[in-house]
Design a protein around this ligand. Structure first.
Ligand code: PLP
Length: 459
C-alpha cells in the first residue's frame, strides 16, 4: 500500500513536469507563429497557407505512426494549435471585417430608418407572402390553445405530415427553428473540437461560422466560375485526413444557383461512405430547381447523411423560423439534445401555421423565381457580365469587371441599391456580387440599371 502511494505520487510529479514542458513548448510555438505572422503581414500574404499546413499535418501523422500514438488524436491537437496560431496572426492584421449579405442588409436598414429608399437585392427573403391559410392558422392557434411547449422534435401532427411527404419515419426527423439552427445543431452535436469539415466555396457563411464556434477547422474546396462552379471531387479526396468528419453540401447553391448532376452527387456520396464521413446536405432551396433535376441526399439512403430543409424559402415564411432535419435516429437524438438544451421546442403557433403551409402548392413561387432569374440573366448579358445562369435557388452571382465587390456594393448603396458582396461567400470571391431575385421585376430593373451605370463609370 505504502509502496503504491509513493509510486503514484512519483508518477504524478512526472506528469506535472511533462505538462509544464508541453505548456512551455506551446508558448514557444505561439511565439514563432507571431513572428511568422508579422513577416506575412509585411509581405501582404494570406494568414492561412493550406500547403504549409498539410506539410505540418503529414509530419505529425508520420511521427504519431512512428511512436505508436493515435493519429486522429494527434491531428485534433494539431488543429487546435493551428486554429490558435491563425487567430493570433489574424489579430495582427489591420481589421478588414469580412462583409456578408447580412452586414449590408443591416446597413441598408439603417439607411431606410433615416428615410432613404433602398432596393433590396442583397437579401434572400422572398417578397411574396406565405399561403393565406398560414395566416388563418396563425390566428386560430390562439383560440385553439396552440401556444404551449411541444415535444422538442416538434408537434406530432407536423412531424407526421413532414414524414409522410418526405417518405421517412417519424424518428428520423426533427423540426428546427429554421434551417439555420438545423445546420448549427448538426455541426455542434456531431463534431468535436479539432476535427475538420470540408466546405465547398462559394458558400453560405454559416457553415464556417458554426464550425468555428465549435472549434472545428474548415477546409475549403474552391470552385470557379470558369468550371461552371463544378467541384473537383479528386481534390476533395485529397483533402480528407483522419480528423475529417463531415462534408457540407448546399445545392441548389447559395450564391451560385448551381445544382450537381447525378454522377457528381454519386461520387460525393461514395466518397463520404468510403471515409465514414457525415454528409450535411443543406437543401433549403430544393424547391427552386429549374435548370436540371435536383437529387436530394435522401435518395441515397446513406445513414450518415443529414438533410436540412426549411419553410423559409419554399413558402416565403422566413420570420416564422420553422425548418427541419432528416437523418438516422441516432443523429436526430443527438441534435434533439442540443435543441432541448437551447430552446425546448420551436414555438407552437409557428408549427401550427407551418402545418397549414405543407398541403399548399408552392409552384407559383417557383415560377415567379424562375422568371425573375431569367430576367436578371438577360439584363446581365446586356451588361456583358460573366456569370453562369443558375440551375436553381434565388440568386445570380456575376463577376464584376474593374473593381472589387465592396467598391461596387458601397457605390450602389450610396445610390439606394443593396447588393451582397461576393467575398461574404469566400475570401477568394472579391470579384463577385450576389444579386437576389427576391424583388419584383420593376425594382430589379431599377437596381440593375444603377449597377450598369456604376460599372460604366468605372469602365
Ligand atoms: N441555408 C442556406 C443555404 C441559406 O441561404 C439560408 C438562408 O438564407 C438558410 C439555410 C437558412 O434558412 P432558414 O430561414 O430556414 O434558417
Amino acid at each position: 500500500m505504502m509502496k503504491d502511494d509513493g509510486e503514484l505520487e512519483a508518477l504524478r510529479e512526472k506528469v506535472r513536469l511533462v505538462t509544464a514542458d508541453i505548456v512551455r513548448d506551446v508558448h514557444k510555438r505561439m511565439d514563432l507563429a507571431k513572428q511568422i505572422g508579422e513577416i506575412k503581414g509585411r509581405l501582404g500574404i494570406d494568414v492561412r497557407d493550406e500547403k504549409v499546413e498539410q506539410e505540418v499535418r503529414n509530419n505529425v501523422l508520420a511521427l504519431a505512426d512512428e511512436i505508436g500514438m493515435n493519429q486522429e488524436f494527434m491531428l485534433r491537437l494539431l488543429n487546435i494549435l493551428l486554429e490558435e496560431s491563425e487567430s493570433l496572426q489574424a489579430l495582427k492584421r489591420p481589421q478588414v471585417q469580412r462583409q456578408t449579405h447580412l452586414g449590408i442588409f443591416m446597413k441598408a436598414k439603417q439607411l431606410e430608418a433615416a428615410g432613404r429608399k433602398i432596393i433590396h437585392m442583397e437579401v434572400g427573403e422572398p417578397d411574396y407572402p406565405p399561403p393565406a391559410s398560414v395566416g388563418v392558422s396563425l390566428s386560430d392557434s390562439f383560440a385553439q390553445g396552440k401556444y404551449h411547449y411541444t415535444d422538442t422534435r416538434g408537434t406530432t401532427k407536423l412531424r407526421e405530415a413532414i414524414a409522410k411527404q418526405a417518405k421517412v419515419r417519424d424518428e428520423q426527423l426533427i423540426v428546427t427553428p429554421g434551417g439555420r439552427f438545423g445546420v448549427f445543431s448538426a455541426i455542434v452535436s456531431l463534431m468535436r473540437a479539432g476535427q475538420e469539415i470540408i466546405v465547398i466555396e462559394p458558400a453560405w457563411p454559416a457553415y464556417r461560422e458554426c464550425a468555428e464556434f465549435a472549434g472545428v477547422r474548415t477546409k475549403v474546396l474552391r470552385t470557379r466560375l470558369e468550371d461552371k462552379w463544378e467541384p473537383d471531387i479528386s481534390h476533395i479526396e485529397e483533402m480528407i485526413t483522419p480528423t475529417t468528419k463531415m462534408i457540407v453540401l448546399n445545392y441548389p447553391n447559395n450564391p451560385t444557383g448551381k445544382i450537381l448532376d447525378a454522377k457528381t452527387m454519386d461520387r460525393i456520396v461514395s466518397l463520404a461512405k468510403d471515409n465514414h464521413l457525415y454528409l450535411l446536405s443543406d437543401e433549403v432551396y430544393a424547391d427552386y430547381a429549374f435548370g436540371r433535376q435536383f437529387h436530394s441526399v435522401l435518395e441515397y439512403g446513406y445513414d450518415k447523411s443529414i438533410m436540412i430543409s426549411s419553410f423559409s424559402k419554399r413558402y416565403a415564411m422566413t420570420g416564422f423560423r420553422v425548418g427541419y432535419a432528416i437523418s438516422n435516429k441516432e443523429i436526430i437524438s443527438k441534435m434533439t439534445r442540443i435543441q432541448a438544451i437551447g430552446i425546448t421546442s420551436v414555438a407552437e403557433p409557428m408549427q401550427f401555421a407551418a402545418l397549414a403551409a405543407l398541403s399548399k402548392d408552392h409552384m407559383e413561387n417557383v415560377k415567379t423565381m424562375k422568371s425573375r432569374l431569367d430576367f436578371i440573366a438577360t439584363k446581365l448579358r446586356k451588361l456583358s457580365l460573366d456569370f453562369v445562369a443558375p440551375d436553381g435557388a434565388m440568386y445570380v452571382y456575376p463577376k464584376v469587371p474593374n473593381m472589387d465587390d465592396m467598391t461596387l456594393v458601397e457605390r450602389m448603396l450610396e445610390k439606394g441599391v443593396a447588393l451582397a458582396p461576393g467575398s461574404g461567400f469566400g475570401e477568394s470571391y472579391k470579384q463577385f456580387v450576389r444579386i437576389s431575385a427576391c424583388q419584383p421585376e420593376t425594382e430589379l430593373t431599377k437596381g440593375l440599371d444603377v449597377m450598369g451605370s456604376v460599372i460604366k463609370e468605372r469602365g
